[in-house]
Design a protein around this ligand. Sequence first.
Ligand SMILES: Cc1cc2nc3c(=O)[nH]c(=O)nc-3n(C[C@H](O)[C@H](O)[C@H](O)COP(=O)(O)OP(=O)(O)OC[C@H]3O[C@@H](n4cnc5c(N)ncnc54)[C@H](O)[C@@H]3O)c2cc1C
Length: 470
Amino acid sequence: MSETYELAVIGAGPAGLEAALVASQAGVKTVVIDCYPQSGGQYFKAMPSGFSVSERNSAEAEGDALAKRLEETSVTRFWDTLVWGVFNDEEKDEGWLLALNGAEAPKEIRARTLILANGAYETPVAFPGWTLPGVISCGATLILVKTQRVAPGKRAIVTGTGPLLFSAAAHLIAAGVEVVAVCENTRLFPKGIMYIPTMLGQWGRLVEGIKYLSTMIKGKTPYKTGWSVIEAQGKEHVEGAIIAKLDNNGVPIPGTEKTVLVDTVVCSFGLTPNTDMARMIGCKLEYKAKKGGWIPVRDETLQTSLDGVYVAGDCGGISGAENSRLEGQIAGTAVSNKTGHMSSQKAEEIYNSLKSPLSQQRRFGRLLGDLFTTKPGLSSLSRDDTIICRCEEITKKEILAAIDAGCESVVWVKRQTRSGMGMCQGRSCHRQVAHLVAQRTGQKLDTLLPDTQRPPERPISLEVLVEVDE
Ligand SMILES: Cc1cc2nc3c(=O)[nH]c(=O)nc-3n(C[C@H](O)[C@H](O)[C@H](O)COP(=O)(O)OP(=O)(O)OC[C@H]3O[C@@H](n4cnc5c(N)ncnc54)[C@H](O)[C@@H]3O)c2cc1C
């Protein structure tokens, strides 16, 4: 018999940790699962076990404190454990069945309610040369530099959009890498000026930003707004990059191209909410471009269209780590109330106390969405021979041929070409295929449904499947 919990939290980033803490403190029998070896998710980025550093930054210290608080509770924790499938047999009324893959975890558990807190991933943009060794995402760069203390190269250029570019550039410079420029796709002025009051309410982030900026100034790194890397060049590895000025839509302006000599191109074109689990179990979705694309529909307690299923943090729309923490607290409170461990009055008091900080963080979320959304014109960077689906090595030409042959949805292109059927299961190419379908057929992006999602959520070995019950 599999163990049954009142609540399963999938993801132990800022949202999942807070949700599990609130629910367990109210007395909810809770399990929290994360496929990383430690809790903390993308923002807190805990050190690998056995690593220690003399100086912890503020995010690391906050993450440590949250993890410690969780250890002091009765919450069951499974790290290094993938939730590869979530199933519900409505006829049996036994709650959700979660299929797990982790050395220390059972093969399956059951849960009456779910909080999906599985975060976001970086939005990839295909440009000529983007699959060359030496082209690396900001997220990967920060993991290498911040948690592993490894520099990805000697001379880098950082490109894309959003505050992660500052963070990546400053960490690279501190690690001894020469950063020749940061190319921010968005022209921040004059539109950015209207967000100054929002930023003044984000004191912690402002201080962090100023710290990064001063590192860039000391490193003599230019911050070029309205620019992007449009091509990475090299035979076996990156040897250089072409940068160009972009128009407001993100299309390169002819005649502005410049070549820079670098061995590393660091990219971050925004974040996409991870809706894998929500799609797998059938939560209703809506398209919100400024929140990162398709996101689950939620009520004010963060419950989705499915009873007892809640979504907290970046997987519900990109708004940053602080917003994720608050959403985790709301979802944890809602589950505590739903499972009878907290009175509605107490829950209401908690929601009211979170209203003001939440609206402040959501203002910050709107700033991110307004200023740093992936530019649609960037999909014009790829050429006919540019690989779009890197797992299955499908080029733009093959995808366009499938669309011209009548595949007018992402799913049909997938069936025809295998794009999205590889290891990353479409996380890397889905958005790019959607843009190509939209452009070629004149459909709107918000009418092009995301891919279907079936278990396993990420690749698992056949051995795991053989061992599980039907
Ligand atoms: C690559 C990347 C780098 C970032 N770097 C920074 C930064 O340096 N500074 C900054 O301010 N913000 C950064 N952000 C943004 C910030 O991390 C987020 O706003 C914040 O972490 C969101 O918190 P969350 O709890 O919603 O999700 P996350 O922190 O992303 O946590 C989600 C967790 O869910 C787990 N998970 C997902 N699917 C499964 C599954 N099927 N089974 C088990 N576990 C699963 C993941 O392993 C992860 O630990 C980054 C975001 C990304 C995507």
